[in-house]
Design a protein around this ligand. Sequence first.
Ligand code: APR
Ligand code: PHB
Length: 389
Amino acid sequence: MQADVVIIGAGPAGLLLGHKLRRAGIDAIIIERQSREHVLGRIRAGVLEQVTVDLVEEIGLGARLKQEGLAHHGFYLADGERLIHIDMQGLTGKSVVVYGQTEITRDLMDAAPERGLEIVFEASEVALHDIETNKPFVTYLKDGVEARVDARFIAGCDGFHGPSRRAMPQSVGVGYERVYPFGWLGILADVAPCSDELIYANHDRGFALASMRSHTRSRYYIQVPTDETIEHWPDDRLWDELAIRLGPEVAERLTRGPAIEKSIAPLRSFVFEPMRHHSLFLAGDAAHIVPPTGAKGLNLASSDVAYLAAALIQWFEDGKSDGIDNYSQTALKRVWKAERFSWSLTSLMHRFPDAGAFGRRMQVAELDYIAESRAAQTAIAENYVGLPL
Ligand code: APR
Ligand code: PHB
């Protein structure tokens, strides 16, 4: 097979890039390891910055997002005693949209055939070749038969564990990493949310988050030790713990229900530099991971795609290479700022086993300062709604 760009991975990064390129008449094909059902079964975050909303609308696939997405103009930070309101709209003039990443993925997958965007699912042993030349290619096994796609460029959109980043020679790249000493245990339930807006809580017993997917579907998380297992958290225990950590005022409004999904995810900050090596570009989780506290994962994938699509379109349409030459540097500038925000909000809102009493006091003092300072609230709001492209 032959394409202008072969994309590895059908997560949000790969799908958004594929649609954006197709829209410009560029030939793209996506190679995905999992089945369609598996990809659509993954429960991920659901807070969209305007950058992401714009991208979905630009490719003409924003209808359901517009109809079902919930505009959120603010959120709360809770410190065990009170709720500190961060009025995003009032402080920055901007807001975010709550719409599940799973739903975006579905919208983009459903529209792929009619847009001429081929997705090969269940491709195993995906491998990248000749990335340092102008004729790179990708090989994989499909139903036991080896296939090959030749292209001008490869876009590695295959997440943290995918083969693309590892295809770069060790000498060209550096990874920067912080692994946090805890994870998030998440529960999805078909119950009404306890609050109109998200609540990020820092309680003595650890972090908790009240989020949602719709007016009838809630998503909650609590901080747990890294080695925790789901078997230790039957639904009742989890609801009890949420009620404590979210505080008495919120607990009164907490509706319990059976889990339709429950899982534990580790927290990590990671950035790989550079995001391009000759004919290979990295985008999304393939190049960087953020802890979920700032809701930046999907939104960073979107900004990478916005930069990369523009650069590739410029190359294919005008033969100009400054876009692709600057891609890594441009994308990384925004990535590092979102990394900083995600790390800082994670540091502020979680219990760190080694922080001690002093560390705890620092958190309390910072939350106290935020509660009283419009400047501090503005800095948080500005980052949460997303920095400009
Ligand atoms: N071959 C082909 N595809 C692969 C391979 C492989 N060897 N390894 C991984 N993939 C696929 C995964 O199955 C997945 O569908 O690459 C895709 C990567 O998608 P995501 O992990 O969703 O990453 P990305 O598209 O960058 O989206 C970033 O989505 O996953 C969340 O937390 C993430 O919110 C962030 C955003
Ligand atoms: C979610 O709804 O899953 C969610 C929301 C906000 C976050 C992380 C996850 O910061």
